[in-house]
Design a protein around this ligand. Structure first.
Ligand SMILES: *Cc1c(COP(=O)(O)O)cnc(C)c1O
Length: 318
């Protein structure tokens, strides 16, 4: 990629912004497993929660529409004046939106479950960000997919039964509710795609130590579901806390520059909340030599692009 030259590292991008399901993103892989479970249980209504511009909620609403499930979204904040980005899409998918004010993490879900059950529905709660053992399992399999892509890409790995040699020095991505991080860390231990899997922390809601423990726990639950013997410890989870900026979804210079750089050099869109912040982290780590020059780096693009339209002012301002 042309950006490689600019950064001084060999950059590849895993395009999970192109996973499909209503403009793509990392929740597609998770929802395949989670909503499979909902259908298995005979549920007919799904409930989940998120921030105003939650990509997870938008993709859940789309998947529910596809599967003929009623969808309830508990969104933080208040109804915006202009329905833009994911807010617009939620409406098109026919989701029932409940505005929850300061509660953006589903604090109001138990009450909603009660009232929906009382009215005869069979509700299924999709966890915040789709992060549980099933969501992590999806990203464990995604690591396997990557290892096969690596193996196909270089003949010398063919003797290894599809298990890649340590092709990348780093895999970098946005980490927020931790399911992606859990699955990729576990999957990398099983399939050896990279020397280091680093999640750029997007939303500081707990200490790095607690978050890493929770990620490792989710990963090991996913390992059990996958019937894998691989287990991971919290000290093997790499979480970079240096790019939290002014807080969750506050767009700063770093995010703006990363978005403009990727768009203007590669014609690829990043989002202002997740992938833009994570890529800004990658740029800075390459600048500082934390990622050594000449490294083979994989940026795992987790999607989020619809949110761009809701942040046009802060993305364009200088
Ligand atoms: C949800 C989301 C993430 C974070 O993934 P988690 O598994 O919740 O950590 C990253 N990028 C985008 C665009 C997202 O929507």
């Amino acid at each position: 990629m042309k950006l490689s030259q600019y950064l001084g590292v060999n950059l590849d991008i895993k395009r999970d912004d192109l996973t499909g399901l209503a403009l793509g993103g990392n929740k597609t892989r998770k929802l395949e497993f989670i909503l499979g479970n909902a259908l298995q249980q005979g549920c007919n209504t799904v409930i989940t929660a998120g921030a105003v511009q939650s990509n997870h909620c938008r993709q859940t609403a789309a998947a529910a529409a596809m599967l003929g499930l009623e969808c309830h979204l508990v969104l933080g904040g208040t109804r915006p004046k202009n329905a833009q980005g994911n807010v617009l899409l939620n409406q098109l998918f026919g989701a029932h939106v409940h505005w929850a004010g300061v509660h953006r993490k589903g604090e109001d879900i138990p009450e909603l479950v009660k009232s929906l059950a009382a009215s005869g529905r069979l509700p299924y709660v999709v966890p915040y960000g789709g992060s549980n053992a099933l969501g992590a399992l999806a990203y464990y399999h995604a690591a396997h997919e990557l290892s096969q892509q690596i193996a196909r890409g270089s003949a010398k790995d063919e003797s290894k039964n599809g298990v890649a040699s340590k092709q990348y020095s780093h895999i970098i991505f946005a980490s927020s509710s931790g399911g992606t991080h859990a699955g990729l860390s576990l999957g990398n231990k099983a399939y050896a795609c990279a020397n280091k899997v680093i999640g750029i922390n997007i939303d500081k809601t707990e200490s790095a130590i607690r978050f890493s423990k929770r990620i490792a726990y989710m990963a090991n639950e996913a390992a059990e579901l996958a019937m894998s013997d691989v287990r991971i410890r919290a000290d093997e989870i790499h979480l970079n806390d240096n790019y939290l900026g002014e807080g969750y979804a506050v767009v700063g210079n770093a995010e703006r520059n990363a978005i403009k750089l990727m768009a203007s050099i590669e014609g690829i869109l990043l989002d202002p909340v997740y992938s833009g912040r994570a890529f800004a982290g990658l740029i800075d780590m390459a600048d500082k030599g934390e990622i050594p020059k000449g490294s083979d780096v994989l940026f795992w693009h987790t999607g989020g692009v619809p949110a761009l339209f809701a942040y046009s002012d802060s993305v364009l301002s200088d």
